[in-house]
Design a protein around this ligand. Sequence first.
Ligand code: CMP
Length: 259
Amino acid sequence: MTRLLVDRLVDFNNERLRLIFGERVTELTREIIERRRGDLGSALDALQRQYPDDVAALEVRFLRQSAVRQETGRYQALFEEGLIPQELFEDLKRGVTAARAAEPRPRFDIGLDTRRLIEQLDFLSALSNAQLDRVARLLRPRFTVPNERIVRAGDRGDAVFFVASGAVEVRLPVRNVRLGTGEFFGEMALLTGRPRQADVVALSYCRLLVLRKADFDRFVTANPDAGAAINRVAQTRLAMNRDDHDRAARRRPDSTRSP
Ligand code: CMP
């Protein structure tokens, strides 16, 4: 729907806005609309690749509903032209509405079943089924779209995120680090009490499992091995960032170095 609307905006911009605001402004709005159209195209393309069956089902539904709208429009026109009486028109409309209501909505299963997602996390593979059930009660599933910012540098940390599927990018001052299925992020703020060290942005559609700060300690107490594994990864990341920071500081001229 959004793409259809943006397509119509292109004509609106060319035909109507040009008359009111002139060439210069319309050129700027055209660029903005084209950029939005490009972003939408890539998002739809990614959606199509990741959920081809769901997209096909949605397209079929969309076509059917367009046909229904056209059918209603034709009856309306016949009625307005006086070719069919009101009673018949109402009857035809009821028939169309009933057919539309009878069509089931396609179920869009984005696979956010916490218990199944947990099985993607290798560092929990040693847990028994009963332990996994307990962990599942602490984790909340979250779905993200490409380019969505999940963590903002400088914010207070309120959760750690486990990637059950998809890819994210950690945007650090010196480098970007990609993390994928089975990895996690957002643990540093919880472990150190410091603000978030980097933006973390989704590169694809992701299924994440979110462990809120209030549940993190409970999780670590109940699963000490998993807690130790998270701690080890955090230490390695801290060391990497410290190295990057020191190297960057050495490259800066003395005048810009803080005393
Ligand atoms: P936090 O600081 O809470 O929020 C940003 C997150 O990015 C951070 O926790 C880590 O999970 C992640 N992160 C920071 N530095 C690195 C790194 N060098 N490699 C991988 N991930 C990192």
